[in-house]
Design a protein around this ligand. Structure first.
Ligand code: ADE
Length: 404
C-alpha cells in the first residue's frame, strides 16, 4: 500500500476528519475509494516508535491484534507503513464513546447497563483467552455502534510504554487513573486478567450510577481511595447489582471476582446470550493488503511495562497536585513527611542507629518509633526530656511516607 502523505489519501483510502488523538498519533475517519465503506485509520508516528525502541514490540502487538475477531472488539483489518508512519485500518464504530452516551443520558437502566456489561465482559474474556490483556480499559476505549452494541478498542496497545523519557519517569498528559486497578498502581507485578476485571467493575459502576466510584481532585487522595477500595454503593441499586460491584471492586486481586466467578453470578446471567466470535475467514472487507510490516503470528507474552509507580507519579509532577502529602502545620506538633521506597523496617533501623549514635534513646511501640532525650534532673510536664520525636511509616503507592 502506498501511503501518500500530505494529500488526503492513503492508498485506496480517502482520509477524512480526525476522530480522536491517541498515545502515538491520530485516528482519522477514512473511506475506501472503491467500496465507499468507512474505516477508522490509526496513524502511528514511526520516528517516535523508533526513538522509544519499541518497533519490534509494536509489530508483535499489531500482529496479535489482527487475530482478534469478535463482535464486541474493534476489528483491525490491515496494517501498512510509509517511511514515517504506520497505518492501522480499523473497523469504524459510529455511535461514539460509551461515556458520551452516559454523559448525555445520565445513568443507564440496570437492564441496559447489564446488557452492555455482558458485551464488555464477552470482549474482554475473548481477548484474555488469547493472551491479550487491555490494561487500560477506560471510557475512551469503549465505543458504541449504531445498534447500541459495545466495541472495545486498543486491546493490547496499552501495554506499550507511553511517554517514558530517558529518566524512566512517566510524562503523560495526566491520563485519568480512575479506572486503574490498585495492584497496577502499586506496581507489584500483577495478573492482567484481574486488573482488567477491576476496570470493568469501574465501568459497570459508572453505567449504573452515572458517577465514578473513586474520584478526587487531588491525585494522591484519589490513589489512596483506589488502594483502600474507598467507595460507596448506592442502596437503590438492586441487591444483585450491589453484590457484583462489591465483588468486582475488591482491592485485593486474589479475592476479587474473576472471569469464572463472574460467569456464575446470578445478576450477570440474567437475560445473557453470549456473543459468538467471528469465523476466521469472514473478512467481507475490501482493501489492499500488501502491508510493509513484518508479520508475527505468535501471541506475545505481553510484558507488563506500562505500569506506574509512585515515583513515576511524582515525575508527572507538572500535572500532579502533591498537596495531599502535606498537612497544615500545627506548631505544637510539627510534622515533616518524607517519601522513601525503602521498607519501614529499614527506615526505622536507620533512624535508630543514627539517633543512638547521637546520644538519644529509642522506644518502639505499635509501629511507631519514639526518640527520647532523657534529662538528668526534673522532667517536663510531658513526662520526658525536653525533646520528643516520633516517627511513623505509612505505606502509600509503594511509597513509604516517614512522618517525623
Ligand atoms: N475513535 C477511535 N477509534 C475509533 C473507531 N474505531 N471508530 C470510531 N471512532 C474511533
Amino acid at each position: 500500500m502506498a501511503a501518500s502523505e500530505g494529500a488526503m489519501r492513503m492508498g485506496k483510502y480517502e482520509m477524512g476528519r480526525t476522530l480522536g488523538e491517541g498515545h502515538f498519533g491520530k485516528v482519522r475517519l477514512a473511506r475506501h475509494a472503491d467500496t465507499g465503506r468507512a474505516f477508522a485509520i490509526k496513524i502511528l508516528d514511526r520516528q517516535r516508535i523508533l526513538a522509544m525502541k519499541i518497533d519490534e514490540q509494536i509489530k508483535t502487538e499489531i500482529a496479535t491484534l489482527k487475530l482478534l475477531k469478535h463482535p464486541n472488539v474493534v476489528r483491525l483489518y490491515e496494517v501498512a507503513a510509509s517511511k514515517t508512519k504506520i497505518y492501522m485500518v480499523l473497523e469504524y464504530v459510529n455511535g461514539g464513546e460509551l461515556f458520551e452516551k452516559i454523559a448525555l443520558k445520565g445513568k443507564l437502566p440496570e437492564k441496559e447497563g447489564r446488557k452492555l456489561f455482558q458485551q464488555l465482559m464477552d470482549a474482554v474474556s475473548y481477548c484474555h483467552e488469547r493472551g491479550v490483556y487491555h490494561r487500560d480499559l477506560k471510557p475512551e476505549n469503549v465505543l458504541v455502534d449504531a445498534k447500541g452494541n459495545i466495541k472495545v478498542s486498543d486491546f493490547g496497545l496499552s501495554a506499550l510504554p507511553q511517554h517514558q523519557r530517558k529518566d524512566g519517569l512517566l510524562h503523560t498528559t495526566c491520563g485519568s487513573p480512575n479506572y486503574i486497578a490498585p495492584e497496577v498502581l502499586l506496581n507489584k507485578g500483577y495478573d492482567g486478567s484481574m486488573s482488567d476485571v477491576w476496570s470493568c467493575g469501574v465501568i459497570l459502576y459508572v453505567m449504573l450510577t452515572g458517577n465514578l466510584p473513586f474520584d478526587d481532585e487531588n491525585m494522591v487522595v484519589l490513589y489512596q481511595k483506589i488502594l483502600k477500595g474507598d467507595y460507596r454503593i448506592p442502596k437503590w441499586l438492586s441487591p444483585g447489582a450491589q453484590d457484583i460491584l462489591r465483588k468486582l471492586l475488591d482491592p485485593n486481586p486474589i479475592t476479587r471476582l474473576g472471569m469464572d466467578g463472574l460467569r456464575e453470578h446470578d445478576w450477570f446471567n440474567q437475560s445473557y446470550t453470549p456473543a459468538v466470535p467471528f469465523d476466521d475467514d469472514d473478512d467481507n472487507y475490501v482493501g489492499d493488503d500488501n502491508s510493509h510490516m513484518t508479520k508475527h503470528n505468535g501471541i506475545p507474552d505481553n510484558p507488563a511495562i506500562n505500569q506506574m509507580n509512585a515515583f513515576q507519579l511524582i515525575g508527572m509532577s507538572s500535572c500532579l497536585d502533591l498537596s495531599g502529602f502535606f498537612e497544615k502545620e500545627d506548631v505544637s506538633e510539627r510534622k515533616t513527611r518524607f517519601a522513601s521506597n525503602y521498607p519501614p523496617t529499614y527506615l526505622f533501623e536507620k533512624i535508630e542507629s543514627n539517633v543512638i549514635n547521637m546520644g538519644f534513646q529509642v522506644q518502639k511501640n505499635n509501629g511507631k518509633l519514639k526518640v527520647i532525650q532523657e534529662r538528668k534532673g526534673p522532667t517536663n510536664p510531658r513526662g520526658h526530656g525536653s525533646l520528643l520525636i516520633s516517627a511513623e511509616c505509612l505505606r502509600s503507592m509503594n511509597l513509604f511516607m516517614l512522618l517525623s
